[in-house]
Design a protein around this ligand. Structure first.
Ligand SMILES: [Mg+2]
Length: 281
C-alpha cells in the first residue's frame, strides 16, 4: 500500500512571519490605494486566489473577475520575496519544530510519497519555502493556482502523485497534514485522513471541533505521527490508521471527544455513504 502525505505550508512547514499578508496588503495598496486590507478578513487556510478575490471585493466594492485576481497575483508575487527576506532578517521566519526530521523519516519508506497541499500559488509557495531549505523535499503538489477551493487543490496533488506512482491512489492512502480547520474539512470532503499541528495559525479548540484524526503541538515527537501513518506500531496495539476514516463505525468516539460538530458529521456520513456506493439525501 502506498501512502501520500500532503503538507500544508503556512503554519505547518514554516511560519513566514506574516510575509504573505504583508505582501498582499502592499499589493492592494499599490493597485487600489486601500491600506491594510487583510485586517478585514482571515487568510488562514484559504487559497491565494480566494484571498485575492476577497481583497479585490473589499478594495473595489465589486465582485472580482479573473483579470482582477491575476493583477493582484502579479503584484503580490513581486513583493513577496522582499517581505520573506525581511522576515528572515528580522527573525520572524521559522521552521515548525521537528518538521525536517519528520520528512526525512517519511522519505526512508519507499512506498511513501511526500508532497505539498497548499493554498499558496506555486511560485509563492517556493518563495516562502526558500529560506527553510526544504524546497527539494516534495515530489508533487497541489497549489493555490489549481483552484479556489482547498479540496480541489488537494485532489490535484493526488492526481499528480498518481502519475508519479503509476497507479491509482485511494482516498484512504492520502494523509493531509495542516494547521487550520479548513485543512481538516477539505481533507474530509475528499475522504482523506487528516492530522494537524496546533503551533500554526488556529486555536486548539477550533481544530478539535473540526475533528482531525490526529492533533499534535508540532513534529518534535514523531511517534504519534508515524503511528497515525501506520509506519510504526502503537505501543498499545491500536491500529489508528486502519479504523478511523473513512469507513469506520466509531465516529461517535472521535466526535464524543471533541463535541459534535453537526456539519462535519453530516459531511463525514455523506463521504462514508458514497464510499459504500449509497446516496444520502
Ligand atoms: Mg496553514
Amino acid at each position: 500500500m502506498h501512502k501520500l502525505v500532503l503538507f500544508d505550508l503556512d503554519g505547518t512547514l514554516v511560519l513566514a512571519g506574516g510575509s504573505g499578508k504583508l505582501a498582499l496588503n502592499a499589493a492592494v495598496e499599490k493597485l487600489y490605494g486601500k491600506k491594510n486590507v487583510c485586517s478585514e478578513f482571515s487568510l488562514a487556510g484559504c487559497t491565494d486566489n480566494a484571498n485575492f478575490s476577497r481583497a479585490h471585493e473589499l478594495a473595489a466594492g465589486e465582485k472580482a473577475k479573473t483579470g482582477d485576481v491575476a493583477r493582484i497575483a502579479a503584484a503580490y508575487l513581486k513583493i513577496l520575496p522582499v517581505e520573506v527576506k525581511k522576515a528572515v532578517r528580522e527573525k520572524r521566519y521559522s521552521k515548525i519544530r521537528g518538521v525536517e526530521k519528520f520528512i526525512a523519516a517519511l522519505k526512508k519508506h519507499k512506498n511513501v510519497l511526500v508532497g505539498l497541499g497548499t493554498g499558496n500559488l506555486k511560485e509563492g509557495a517556493f518563495i516562502k519555502l526558500g529560506p527553510s531549505g526544504m524546497t527539494g523535499e516534495f515530489v508533487c503538489g497541489g497549489f493555490g493556482c489549481d483552484g479556489y477551493h482547498r479540496a480541489d487543490v488537494l485532489r490535484k496533488a493526488v492526481r499528480r502523485a498518481e502519475k508519479i506512482a503509476g497507479r491509482k491512489i485511494s482516498p484512504a492512502e492520502v494523509y493531509i497534514v495542516g494547521d487550520t480547520p479548513l485543512d481538516i474539512s477539505a481533507g474530509k470532503e475528499c475522504g482523506y485522513r487528516t492530522g494537524v499541528v496546533t503551533c500554526g495559525y488556529s486555536p486548539r479548540g477550533e481544530l478539535l471541533r473540526a475533528g482531525p484524526e490526529l492533533l499534535e503541538k508540532d513534529f518534535s515527537d514523531m511517534k504519534p505521527w508515524l503511528v497515525w501513518l501506520g509506519l510504526c506500531k502503537d505501543p498499545k496495539g491500536a491500529r489508528h490508521a486502519s479504523y478511523m476514516f473513512p469507513d469506520c463505525a466509531i465516529e461517535h468516539v472521535q466526535f464524543g471527544r471533541t463535541g459534535v460538530d453537526s456539519e462535519q458529521l453530516k459531511l463525514l456520513r455523506r463521504v462514508k455513504a458514497n464510499a459504500r456506493g449509497k446516496k444520502l439525501a
